[in-house]
Write a protein that binds this ligand. Structure first.
Ligand code: C5P
Length: 223
């Protein structure tokens, strides 16, 4: 078999957290490390794909030989993804902040007298996976999302797949007994239009490699 079955194909990967500014010095964020997304970007590159990695702030080195687009907020991530279109494959691994503050302050929010604390109000951020899945003629041929679940993993992920309009969902069992959260290993379920495939526990590198081979097989079937 060809060692670079994805040569000539383009892939967009989102990874990491997003940071949502409250004011020039403060932000809200989450604990996403970016490990899974970076591993997928490297694995797709290894199979010959032309990879664009749109990443929130992480401590990881940008992989060699790919187009790396660092962004900070969810809205920047969406804009960078839309600019990267058209692509053959889109994989959304980023832990995008669900909300941002309604109005970001231009100046550092000051402590006021006494015990008063500011009240923050939030609005919803764009859903990048759902937006990419509904791009009309520019929609990537294969759109893949992730779902971190702690219960009813399969049924929750199946309804997420429907709701977002993506082709595949990789569901991640992150309940505490699995040790997935913060760890290097993953127990994934791949959900497509035909059903669910339960993968054994493996490293994020190994699951990235397995996913990339499945993507290459799928594109071959479609050509
Ligand atoms: O709805 P939930 O956050 O559980 O969905 C997870 C999936 O959706 C992941 O693939 C994630 O990257 C993507 N997502 C996104 N933009 C958002 C929220 C989630 O792309 N605003």
């Amino acid at each position: 078999p060809k060692t670079t079955p994805l040569a000539g194909h383009s892939a967009l990967v989102t990874a990491g957290p997003t940071h949502e500014a409250l004011d020039p010095v403060r932000y809200i964020a989450n604990h996403s490390s970016g490990k899974q997304g970076y591993a997928i970007a490297r694995a797709l590159k290894t199979l010959g794909a032309n990879v664009t990695l749109v990443s929130g702030p992480t401590h990881l080195p940008p992989p060699d030989g790919i187009t790396y687009i660092p962004i900070t907020s969810a809205r920047e991530m969406l804009k960078a993804c839309e600019n990267a279109l058209p692509v053959d494959i889109a994989i959304c691994t980023a832990a995008v902040a669900d909300w941002r503050v309604t109005e970001q302050s231009n100046q550092k929010i000051k402590k006021i007298s006494g015990d008063d604390a500011p009240t923050l109000s939030f609005i919803q951020n764009p859903d990048i996976l759902a937006t990419l899945s509904k791009q009309g003629p520019k929609r990537p041929g294969l759109v893949i999302g992730f779902a971190a679940e702690t219960e009813n993993v399969e049924s929750n992920a199946k309804s997420k797949r429907q709701r977002k309009g993506c082709d595949w969902i990789l569901a991640n069992d992150v309940s505490p007994e699995t040790g997935t959260f913060g760890g290097d290993d993953n127990t994934l379920f791949l959900i497509d239009e035909t059903g669910t495939d339960c993968w054994e526990k493996m490293s994020k590198e190994a699951s990235a490699a397995k996913l990339s081979v499945l993507i290459a097989d799928k594109l071959k079937l479609n050509t």
